[in-house]
Design a protein around this ligand. Structure first.
Ligand code: NAD
Ligand code: WQD
Length: 341
């Protein structure tokens, strides 16, 4: 019997890539997404890649009645992967209550479903944002969780605590929080990828939109940081590598190989890359010269952060396999695909 996985936010950027990997690994996938930040055509992309069109519910996870109807209709669910959330850091400062409500009510509703419907396992999308500016690099899972820089960041910190405390009260269930560093790139088929609405806040979509002519130039936010070239440093990883980590974390839990019923893993390449190095990687991978200039620092930016992913390497038997140049190349191919739609 195939294991059934409910994927919330499964038509979103990371969710859709994870659905592809889940289907390829033989899971029966059910997606719930209210299409707030994604498009129904993503299902066509998933179908074209995998040959499977997962069952899809256009429902809001914050609506308990809708959620209950999914779990009633689907019968036994073996695990939930919870991607659905609002994720724009800047917007969360302007609309904090919307972020707290959407990101936390959705999580609490799913934890309710797990109890009512005996769903044994949960994977939660957390973020390196929980570390703030770390005192020591690279960051391990034991590094201090710092004051968050935004309401969005607090929703991830609070989400982790809600899961930790709930799992402490439910010894027969298991959960993991996966702290993603900076996912970039698109599926190598260019059939799914990131589709930011409006002006992108994130670096790589801004780079590809500039290269294709949607934006005039990339503004590099600061070159006076305490880093070798003065620009900020991040840990960029390809979204397919990230997607594979979900399958590995899930399989480990379903096989009962987890060491505790609540665990946390960093997911990154383990390598710091500066903004200027990321631009060079894009140019090298694509042969396209990028127009950019340096401007002032962006408020709230962390100077430098990268992961120590050794716990995930060891426990999940996962490591990144795709280079930043390959990631840039897939992002570029996807941007070109979007243009021709
Ligand atoms: P995304 O916006 O592309 O995907 C999220 C999906 O959730 C969207 O399809 C949206 O329509 C859906 N959604 C939101 N609220 C919903 C609700 N109440 N009910 C049903 N569907 C809802 O975002 P993403 O980049 O794929 O991120 C996925 C998860 O990973 C999020 O939890 C995000 O906070 C986390 N994360 C993302 C990054 C990143 O850089 N992309 C980094 C760290 C963590
Ligand atoms: C990367 C680097 C910018 C745009 C965000 C969220 C965080 C997490 C990951 C979800 C930074 C620089 C960017 C531009 C630039 N997401 N930059 N010009 O800041 O690491 O984090 O995504 O959990 O919570 O805050 O990612 O892609 O926005 O920026 O110079 O136009 O690129 O200053 O150094 P960031 P990012």
């Amino acid at each position: 019997m195939r294991k059934k996985i409910v994927v919330t936010g499964g038509t979103g950027y990371i969710g859709s890539h994870t659905v592809v990997e889940l289907v390829a690994s033989g899971f029966d996938v059910v997606i719930i997404d209210n299409l707030f930040n994604s498009d129904i055509t993503v299902l066509d992309g998933i179908h074209a890649i995998t040959g499977v069109r997962p069952r899809f519910y256009d429902y809001d996870i914050c609506d308990l009645t809708q959620l209950e109807s999914v779990f009633a209709a689907e019968g036994q669910v073996d695990a939930i992967i919870h991607f659905a959330a609002y994720k724009a850091v800047g917007e969360s400062v302007r609309k904090p209550l919307e972020y707290y409500r959407n990101n936390l009510v959705s999580l609490m509703n799913l934890l309710d479903m797990m109890e009512r419907h005996n769903t044994p396992a949960l994977v939660f999308s957390s973020s390196c944002t929980v570390y703030g500016q770390p005192d020591e690099l690279p960051v391990t899972e034991l590094s201090q969780v710092k004051e968050a820089a935004s309401p969005y960041g607090y929703t991830k910190q609070a989400g982790e605590i809600i899961i930790r405390d709930t799992m402490a009260a439910r010894p027969s269930q298991t959960a993991v929080s996966l702290r993603y560093f900076n996912p970039i790139g698109a599926h190598p088929t260019a059939l799914i990828g990131e589709q930011p609405h409006g002006v992108p806040e994130n670096l790589v979509p801004f780079i590809t939109q500039t290269a294709i002519g949607i934006r005039d130039e990339l503004k590099v936010f600061g070159n006076d940081y305490d880093t070798p070239d003065g620009s900020c440093i991040r840990d960029y990883l390809h979204v397919v590598d990230l997607a594979r980590a979900h399958v590995m974390a899930l399989q480990r839990m379903l096989e009962g190989k987890n060491k505790a019923n609540y665990e946390v893993f960093n997911l990154g390449m383990g390598k710091g890359v500066s903004v200027l190095e990321a631009i060079t990687a894009f140019e090298k991978a694509t042969g396209v010269r990028l127009k950019y200039s340096v401007t002032g620092r962006r408020a709230g930016d962390i100077e430098k952060i990268w992961a120590d992913p050794s716990l995930a390497n060891r426990e999940l038997h996962w490591k990144t396999e795709i280079s930043i140049e390959e990631a840039m190349e897939t992002a570029w191919r996807w941007e070109n695909k979007l243009k021709n739609r």
